[in-house]
Design a binder for this molecule. Structure first.
Ligand code: 13P
Ligand code: SF4
Length: 336
């Protein structure tokens, strides 16, 4: 008997998500033996109902270790693909397969093959925000949590091709001081839109605030410039992944924090430190792809088993070592 035959008929949802919606999501997840994962940029209702909420690296690690038969990934497509690469025997669902990523779209496998041909012998480091086809051409993947450690794990005399995010690449080059690192000129439209002038204006209005800045942001360099110029004490400027922002929120003594990343992040930050005033540097920085995962879509996914994520087994096999290396590097107690 198929799962859809044993699941009850449920009428379409016409109400705003509430406690009954959350109960239904949890009950359907239990019947499917599914674990629901949500990225920090998801809408608050999805974050609150998920079994686990986190950044790209934490969610990849949870997917790799999951006991459940089904992983329901409330995030964007490359994240669900990464889960499928790490857990090929599981059913991986994304509530709306149209949830793409402008950054992942900024390089194709053909473009990467051509770039590699120009630099034979270089080590390819791909941000996790890439398609499975690009991962299949990659030596090691990274996320914003461990990009510095990943690049540092590569022998200093080997040239590095870093892709696709130019702002994260510039951050890694700044921290590692690595000169033999070439950086692809891609960007995320949401983070690139959080500009230096917007950050400067917010700092002028709130000079005592701390700054939490995601390294994909167009303003990451401006944040460091403000620190270098003395406009903000250097210890108050923190370039962090979304998971790193949560750790910093739990430790901060600041009364206000300016947050430069996608605005979904504010929900977890406010939960982690309710006494702190977290404010977006750009309150229009919302990722339309992340927001395609609606409460209704999550319920439909659990009822109907949609949208199932498939990765060509040959591509998955070629990308798996790069993704596995990503989840090992920077693991607490994991060595590198
Ligand atoms: P992290 O959550 O890993 O910091 O990534 C941010 C992001 O842009 C995901 O799309
Ligand atoms: Fe992609 Fe940017 Fe959206 Fe993250 S915020 S999923 S990098 S488009």
């Amino acid at each position: 008997m198929s799962l859809s035959q044993v699941l009850p008929e449920v009428p379409p949802v016409e109400r705003a998500p509430d406690a009954a919606w959350a109960d239904e999501v949890r009950a359907l997840a239990e019947r499917r033996n599914a674990v629901v994962l949500a990225h920090n940029y998801q809408v608050p209702a999805i974050q609150d109902v998920a079994h686990h909420v986190g950044d790209s690296l934490a969610l990849s690690r949870i997917a790799a270790a999951a006991d459940a038969e089904t992983i329901v990934f409330c995030g964007v497509h490359f994240m669900a693909e990464t889960a499928k690469i790490l857990a090929p025997d599981k059913t991986v669902l994304i509530p709306d397969a149209r949830a793409g990523c402008s950054l992942a779209d900024s390089i194709t496998a053909d473009q990467l093959r051509a770039w590699k041909a120009e630099h034979p012998g270089a080590v390819v480091v791909s941000y996790v925000n890439t398609t499975a086809a690009v991962k299949a051409e990659t030596d090691v993947c990274c996320t914003s949590s461990n990009a510095v450690e990943v690049v540092e794990s590569i022998p200093a005399d080997r040239e590095v091709l870093f892709l696709p995010d130019q702002f994260l690449g510039a951050h890694v080059r700044r921290i590692t001081g690595r000169e033999n690192m070439r950086i692809w000129a891609g960007e995320c439209h949401v983070h690139a839109g959080i500009s230096g002038p917007a950050l400067t204006a917010k700092v002028e209005a709130d000079p005592d605030a701390e700054l939490f800045v995601h390294p994909e942001c167009g303003c990451a360099t401006s944040a460091l410039y403000l620190a270098g110029a003395g406009a903000v004490p250097a210890e108050r400027v923190k370039i962090l992944s979304t998971g790193g922002m949560l750790d910093a929120a739990r430790e901060t003594h600041a009364t206000s924090v300016l947050v430069a990343t996608e605005i979904g992040m504010l929900h977890q930050l406010r939960r982690a430190a309710p006494e702190v005033d977290f404010r977006a540097v750009n309150d229009r920085a919302s990722c339309r792809y992340m927001k395609m995962i609606t409460p209704e879509a999550l319920l439909r996914s659990l009822r109907e088993g949609t949208d199932e994520v498939h990765v060509d087994p040959e591509l998955a096999a070629r990308g798996r070592a790069a993704v596995q290396r990503m989840i090992e590097i920077g693991r607490p107690g994991g060595g590198e």
